[in-house]
Write a protein that binds this ligand. Structure first.
Ligand SMILES: Nc1ncnc2c1ncn2[C@@H]1O[C@H](COP(=O)(O)OP(=O)(O)OP(=O)(O)O)[C@@H](O)[C@H]1O
Length: 253
């Protein structure tokens, strides 16, 4: 079956300052390739600075690659350093969603604006879509009238999830999105994500070094080191038979 997401030979370099008047390229990602199927989860792990967030941002279109391709359901959406299709089908959720929610707007108006900008739905249909999305993430329709500061940490992550799924994307990139939650709230959020995946066929790219989450949620695992893929395969296979010393060390920690 065609993968939902296919990444081929992705490269990213940043120009970093090398002297007073000169810069040199720094390779943040080199030759990164992987596939992700419908309803599957790929975990991306790696030491700090290995390129995980850069990869997540490129997938979601928040950063451009330098070369390589990204295909979504067989269609090229990023080619050789440029986004060819402005797809809403890959959405990104960060660790601290509060930062990206406008504090002076209610959650309802934030969600409504996304629908106004991206769909043809009339106001009644938008209202229903917002209510349904809030219910899908375990919130109440009344929460549409709340401001971001009125939610708890776990609830605000659900708001971020509602915002990410309201346009029915195919892939969610979760960049350390569960890391700051306390264990019981994290467990509830994981169950919510797994339920959504079962019900909607969503695929997840889970960026985390939280090994119990990796084991519990992911089907496949990709280990980045200095921007390069050093292990890629089934999660259980890599945990039981790591091929590199780095994977051995990281997965034992
Ligand atoms: N805009 C930028 N300009 C220059 N270098 C950058 C930029 N963004 C990231 N980098 C560099 O690219 C490398 C990869 O960064 P990235 O944030 O993707 O790593 P990471 O694996 O997500 O790290 P962490 O786990 O600490 O979040 C780092 O060396 C970082 O300093």
């Amino acid at each position: 079956m065609e993968p939902v997401l296919k990444v081929q030979a992705l490269h990213k370099h940043f120009n970093v300052r090398a002297g007073l008047f000169s810069s040199k390229p720094f390779n943040a990602l080199s030759d990164v390739s992987f596939c992700l199927g419908k309803s599957e989860t790929l975990a991306i792990i790696g030491e700090t600075g290995s390129g995980k967030s850069t990869l997540g941002k490129i997938l979601a279109g928040a950063e451009q690659s330098s070369s390589g391709q990204i295909l979504l359901n067989g269609q090229i959406i990023e080619d050789d350093g440029g986004r060819t299709v402005n797809s809403k089908d890959i959405r990104l959720i960060f660790q601290d969603p509060m930062k990206s929610l406008n504090p002076s707007n209610t959650i309802g108006s934030i969600l409504n604006e996304i629908l106004v900008l991206n769909t043809e739905l009339d106001s009644q249909a938008r209202r229903e879509k917002i209510n349904q999305t809030l219910l899908n993430v375990g919130l109440l329709a009344e929460h549409r009238n709340y401001y971001a500061h009125m939610f708890s940490g776990g609830q605000i992550q659900r708001v971020a999830l509602a915002r990410a799924i309201i346009l029915d994307p195919k892939v969610l990139v979760l960049d350390e999105a569960l890391s700051s939650l306390d264990p019981s709230v994290r467990a509830q959020t994981v169950n919510l994500l797994l339920r959504l995946q079962r019900e909607t066929g969503l695929s997840y790219v889970l960026i985390t070094n939280h090994l119990s989450l990796v084991k519990h949620m992911s089907d496949s695992l990709l280990l980045l080191h200095k921007g390069k893929v050093v292990e890629y395969g089934g999660t259980n296979d890599i945990f039981s038979n790591p091929q590199t010393k780095l994977a051995e060390r990281m997965l034992a920690s």
